[in-house]
Design a protein around this ligand. Structure first.
Ligand SMILES: Nc1ncnc2c1ncn2[C@@H]1O[C@H](COP(=O)(O)OP(=O)(O)OP(=O)(O)O)[C@@H](O)[C@H]1O
Ligand SMILES: [Mg+2]
Length: 253
């Protein structure tokens, strides 16, 4: 066993439609770094993130085998405390899903659930998270308005702020900047670089250039299989597998 934060061992997952969405995945997620999971549509990237957060809709799943070890325990075990798991491993989706609450209420929600009701503390933590997610300047004077009144890109950053207030150990982001303009995208990217030493980050980027920009480690997924894994930019500069090479050079997508 090495120092990885999450150990994925032989993970295989079939949805009920019969196709194998993940096939024998072995992957160690290193702490204090960004691991990029990339590859063409349908490769199993979102399925992997959802499995790590136990968000897989079991009704749709025919079979899961293998292990996802986190603090020495298999996340897939039936007795996993899912609420606690989701506090330690937060997820931001490509399509933001704010709660039907105010902007403030969305960010404070997780803290209130864990028993924090001191309004001063909540205010300070909400502000801190909104600043980190580069949203504070746009919303500080309208915190009581419904979250639904925000633009898609703002809702995306709101969901990031919501995850940050919980001080998770791991942050997973599934195409978090696909709805954002280039300026906000650059801000989110620099935020992730700034904070990666404090977290373990798993990122599904929305294109190859973002993958190359962000990766401390990168894993190329194709049709449920992890084709290649490498440190730093090796997969983008010097891929070993022809399929990785074809994908990063834009020969298929
Ligand atoms: N709930 C589900 N029921 C049945 N099959 C599913 C379900 N969710 C995903 N799949 C299938 O699993 C495979 C992997 O899907 P997944 O969403 O993980 O891919 P992805 O790599 O995230 O793709 P994208 O880049 O389009 O987001 C696909 O073939 C998809 O059709
Ligand atoms: Mg996906």
């Amino acid at each position: 066993m090495n120092n990885a934060k999450i150990h994925i061992r032989n993970l295989t997952l079939h949805y009920s439609d019969g196709l194998e969405s993940l096939n024998g995945i072995n992957l160690d997620i290193q702490p204090n770094a960004i691991t990029v999971i990339f590859g063409p549509a349908g490769g199993g990237k979102s399925t992997l993130l959802r499995a790590i957060n136990r968000l897989i809709d079991m009704a749709d799943v025919e079979e899961v085998s293998g292990e996802i070890l986190f603090h020495g325990k298999n996340i897939l075990d039936l007795d996993t405390d899912v609420t606690q798991l989701r506090h330690k491993i937060g997820i931001v989706f490509s399509r933001p899903i704010p709660l039907p609450l105010s902007i403030f209420g969305n960010v404070a929600f997780g803290l209130e659930v864990t028993g924090e009701h001191d309004h001063k503390i909540l205010q300070a933590k909400v502000e801190e998270a909104l600043r980190q997610a580069y949203l504070w300047d746009e919303v500080h004077d309208r915190l009581d308005e419904p979250a639904a009144s925000l633009s898609g890109g703002q809702q995306q950053r709101l969901c990031l702020a919501r995850v940050l207030t919980l001080k998770p150990e791991v942050i997973m982001l599934d195409e978090p900047t696909s709805a954002l303009d280039p300026v906000t995208t650059a801000k989110i990217e620099s935020f992730l670089h700034e904070v990666k030493s404090q977290y373990t980050i798993i990122l599904v980027p929305h294109n190859v250039s973002q993958s190359a920009r962000m990766a401390d480690y990168a894993a190329f997924f194709l049709q449920g299989k992890m084709i290649e894994y490498g440190k730093g930019k090796t997969l983008f500069i010097n891929p070993k597998d022809k399929r990785t090479q074809d994908y990063v050079t834009g020969r298929f997508g």
